[in-house]
Every structure is written in C-alpha cells, then in structure tokens.
Write a protein that binds this ligand. Structure first.
Ligand SMILES: [Cu+2]
Length: 292
C-alpha cells in the first residue's frame, strides 16, 4: 500500500502533503506527498498488494519539515507553557526567503495543527500572515512536553504541503496513558459523538460520526470552513498526518460521513472538528487499523 492515505472521492485529503485541491470544496488537505490529484485514479486499485507494508510511494504528510523546496521554520524552537502563548513561524520558499503567496483552501491560507507528541492537547488554528515579511502568527495553549506543529497549505502555483516540526515546552511532563484499544463514543462539551466503521490499512474506510446531545440527534450542525466536519488522523508513534473532509452532504447532521484511507496498520487518534451553535468543538477517537 503505500501511500499514506489516499482519500478518494471528494473529500479527503490525506494529510500529508496536501495534494492539490481536487474536487471543489472537498478537502483541504490531502495528504499525498506531492500535489498529485487522485481524482483520476480509481478509488482503489488493487486491494491485493496492500497486504504488506511496502514503502509508500508518497510519504505520509507531516513527517517532514522540508519538502519540495519549502521549509517550516519556527521563530523559536522552544516556548513557555501557558494559555494563549504566541507562536510564530515562516515557510521558507525555494529562494530561501519567507514565502507569502498561498491559495485559500477551506477558507484559509494556512491551517495549523498543534498537538503534543503523546497525542494530547490538539488544537487547530488559523494564523495571521504578515504579508510584508512572511511571518505567520497565532496563539496556542501549551503544556510542558514535545509538541508537533503541522502547517497545512497550498503554495500559489506550487505544491500542496503539510510540513511538520517539533516545538519543545520545558517543564515537568505528565505521564499520559498510551493509546490502547478503540473508542466508539466520546463526550465533548455535553455532546456525544459516536464513531462507526472499521479502518483498514490501504483501503478506503467509510466512517460515520454521529452527533447527539441529551440523547437527541443534532440536525443543525453548522458548516465550519466549508464542511460539516473536519477529521484529522494522526498515527501513534510518528504522528503521520491525514486530513479528511466529509462527503458532500445536504444534511446538517446528525451523521457526518467520511472516506479515509490510512497507510498502515496500527493505532491512530482521530480528531473531529464540528460546529454547532456558533462554536467549534473537537471530539477525539482512537482506532486500530487492521491489515486485511
Ligand atoms: Cu484549518
């Protein structure tokens, strides 16, 4: 199998490198290592051959700090723990200077995911660009530990990329339980989100996330960045990044459906962003991808 995930259809993007945008409105972060659109490919070629862990023809997104001439450079490799901690960075282009021209994908020129390496503390934010010097700035909440910072963007007339780099936050790092087993129901801010569907390495998986509150289905979800849900999958151990957008749907819930393909067996943590009553919430799930 190889690739990290190719999401098919309209929607998905694997994360890794954001592939160029394919279908309108479907996803913003595809994941393939190169901006190759997969829309012309059959959703799957042979499932056979996915049975072994051959090297991917495209590396998963987010594993590299530099790719195709572009590099993610944090202003500082460390930051203090706290709430609303300033974080700034540049994306250096092939000419060695901070890049300033980006395409808007899913409503933003750059999507920043920040998560601690133990898969806690997930945040999805949209930094501001200083067009004069190419510096991106935002604020994030940080606790001690090593964090992974992913920048997901499309260079104008250039590649779609997801670059990742580490950020160290000094301090006493709490012990966090390792991922173990699968989660099918998560509670967040009074909402219950259920996950149905199996994840199979190298194959498209249909995932359905169902949102309810107080036992009643939520049927008035609000679009967030052009979709009723955004799903990011991170692989346990190396944080390979996969961003998946939902199927086009006229229904504002309670079901949000995705097609996702993960590159290998193993454990992943999924983060679903959904919007309701004006607020974006994030529900997380652990899944184990099996190999058929
Ligand atoms: Cu975003």
């Amino acid at each position: 199998m190889g690739t990290l995930g190719r999401l098919t259809g309209f929607v998905l993007g694997l994360a890794v490198v954001f592939a160029a945008a394919l279908a309108a409105g479907s996803w913003w972060g595809p994941t393939l290592a190169t901006p190759v659109a997969h829309e012309d490919e059959p959703a799957h070629t042979t499932a056979a051959g996915h049975g072994d862990d051959t090297p991917a023809d495209h590396p998963p997104g987010g594993l590299m700090r530099s790719q195709d001439g572009y590099s993610l450079d944090l202003a500082a490799p460390t930051a203090e723990a706290g709430a609303d901690v300033p974080l700034s960075f540049t994306v250096t282009g092939p000419d060695g200077t901070p890049h300033t021209a980006y395409d808007v994908e899913h409503g933003k020129r750059l999507h920043l995911i920040v998560v601690r390496r133990d898969l806690t503390g997930y945040q999805h934010v949209h930094p501001r660009l200083d067009a004069a010097d190419g510096t991106w700035s935002t604020e994030v909440d940080l606790e001690p530990g090593t964090w992974r910072v992913f920048a997901d963007f499309v260079v104008t007339d250039g590649p779609a990329l997801t670059l990742g780099t580490d950020l160290t936050v000094p301090g006493r790092v709490p012990l966090v339980d390792p991922l173990d087993g699968d989660t099918t129901t998560t509670e967040v801010d009074g909402y219950t989100v259920e996950l149905a569907g199996d994840v199979v390495a190298g194959e498209d998986a249909e995932l359905t996330l169902t949102v309810s509150r107080d036992g009643r289905p939520v049927t008035d979800l609000q679009p967030y960045l052009g979709a009723y849900g955004h799903l990011v999958a991170l692989r346990d151990g190396d944080l390979a990044y996969l961003h998946v957008h939902p199927h086009e749907s006229a229904d504002a819930g309670p079901d949000i459906r995705f097609t996702a393909e993960v590159p290998s067996r193993g454990q992943y943590r999924l983060f679903l962003d959904f919007r309701h009553e004006g607020r974006v919430r994030t529900a997380s799930f652990d899944v184990t991808a099996v190999q058929r």
